[in-house]
Design a protein around this ligand. Sequence first.
Ligand SMILES: *[C@@H]1O[C@H](CO)[C@@H](O)[C@H](O)[C@H]1NC(C)=O
Ligand SMILES: *[C@@H]1O[C@H](CO)[C@@H](O)[C@H](O)[C@H]1NC(C)=O
Ligand SMILES: *[C@@H]1O[C@H](CO)[C@@H](O)[C@H](O)[C@H]1NC(C)=O
Ligand SMILES: *[C@@H]1O[C@H](CO)[C@@H](O)[C@H](O)[C@H]1NC(C)=O
Ligand SMILES: *[C@@H]1O[C@H](CO)[C@@H](O)[C@H](O)[C@H]1NC(C)=O
Length: 418
Amino acid sequence: MVNGTFSRSASARLTPRSVGSPRVSAHRKWWVAPGPSFSFLAVIFCLASVLLVVGCVIYLYAFRYPSRGRLVAGFYDESDVCDVFDGSWVPDSSYPLYNGTECPFAERGFNCLANGRQDKNYLKWRWKPRHCDIPKFDVHEILRRLRGKRVVFVGDSMSRTQWESLICMLMTGVQDPKTVYEVNGNKISKTIRFLGVKFQTFNLSVEFFRSVFLVQQGLPPTNGPRRIHMTLKLDKMDEINQRWIDSDVLIFNSGHWWTPSKLFDVGCYFQVGGVLKLGKSISSAFRMALDTWATWVETMVNTNRTHVFFRTFEPSHWSGLNQKACEVTEQPLAVAKANDRSEFADILAEVVANMTVPVTVLNVTLMGASRSDAHIGTWSHPSSILDCSHWCLPGVPDAWNELVFSYLLTNGWKQIGR
Ligand SMILES: *[C@@H]1O[C@H](CO)[C@@H](O)[C@H](O)[C@H]1NC(C)=O
Ligand SMILES: *[C@@H]1O[C@H](CO)[C@@H](O)[C@H](O)[C@H]1NC(C)=O
Ligand SMILES: *[C@@H]1O[C@H](CO)[C@@H](O)[C@H](O)[C@H]1NC(C)=O
Ligand SMILES: *[C@@H]1O[C@H](CO)[C@@H](O)[C@H](O)[C@H]1NC(C)=O
Ligand SMILES: *[C@@H]1O[C@H](CO)[C@@H](O)[C@H](O)[C@H]1NC(C)=O
């Protein structure tokens, strides 16, 4: 499973036709063949082959692919493969999936309605892949599947949004909201390194680790140039990586901080093997950091247990001369348009294609490109700074989570109870 296409294995098609109606009619001729012992043998042979085929089908259905047929029938189209990231947003009045004001983990800064947004159309869209359907988020089924598990998000504020979104989606299936709490009693903030929310009844934990570059930040070398205040060690994972390992679902992102203004302008320069790399470009540094991440996944993560995802760059909708204007629309754009840095998605796809363990790319870049209606704009909190990067909650990040769980239900959690 690379490249973000959710595919099913070829052996999974279990239509009655494949049990063998053509074969049965071919065998009819044998019935009229001369000689009683010969036709007796033919009958035995036919019965034995029918039993064998039926046995195989029962085996496949009952033991190998139980969840496929039952839970997510219709997820795939006839061509066996559906690129769930290739699609469009369709109006759907059954959305949103939760009320942000009733969810204590949707931070106020993302709750656009609470911050004065009046138009509500932006809440009423569903992502529809071109060639298939995503099963609707079934909170009770998913909570049942997640019992005793640990879901970990690692990345920048976009990962924090997705973490908040997932908690709010899951809380709609919880009777007593008091049984859902942050393990250290911490409040959500922009710079906090760790937030862990426990769903007590389900012994489930949903965690967020802030690691905007995924690799390690360090002090400047003692004799280096004075403009260097900090280094980014492209060949070393963030120190807290140990705490990400022992998880069942592990979702990464990175990209928004790989800009000159967040690196060079604040005196942060790249370092590899203890040596400063002053001339290194941001895209080649990003690739090197991802290579470090890929090696880490291959050597440290037990991918038999942990499903690893990496979400691609989420497009922003800044406009104007210096990309400083932010006009949130009331409807999605008819023609997707975004400042979407897709080169980062391409680098990610190349790195993942070369990995020796399964990693799923959540290729959400195109999904967000038409959603100029779904950003925070002026409806932030406490200040009303413009924001055409982050998304309102409920909103687009909910769709990322729907994709994660439709993937896990169809491809990831094959055995009952896993
Ligand atoms: C992401 O999905 C879009 C739409 O299917 C596709 O055009 C693009 O190549 C994909 N990018 C990656 C990195 O997989
Ligand atoms: C969300 O819940 C709050 C508080 O219960 C309520 O006042 C508000 O109308 C709800 N919003 C929506 C969009 O349903
Ligand atoms: C909760 O889940 C953890 C694994 O995440 C497991 O080790 C522990 O035994 C479970 N506790 C209960 C009470 O089921
Ligand atoms: C993962 O599963 C494969 C095949 O079942 C097995 O060979 C491998 O040792 C397992 N790896 C770990 C770390 O358990
Ligand atoms: C994939 O790995 C091979 C061998 O390590 C390397 O030569 C090649 O450049 C890599 N390709 C990409 C796209 O990273």
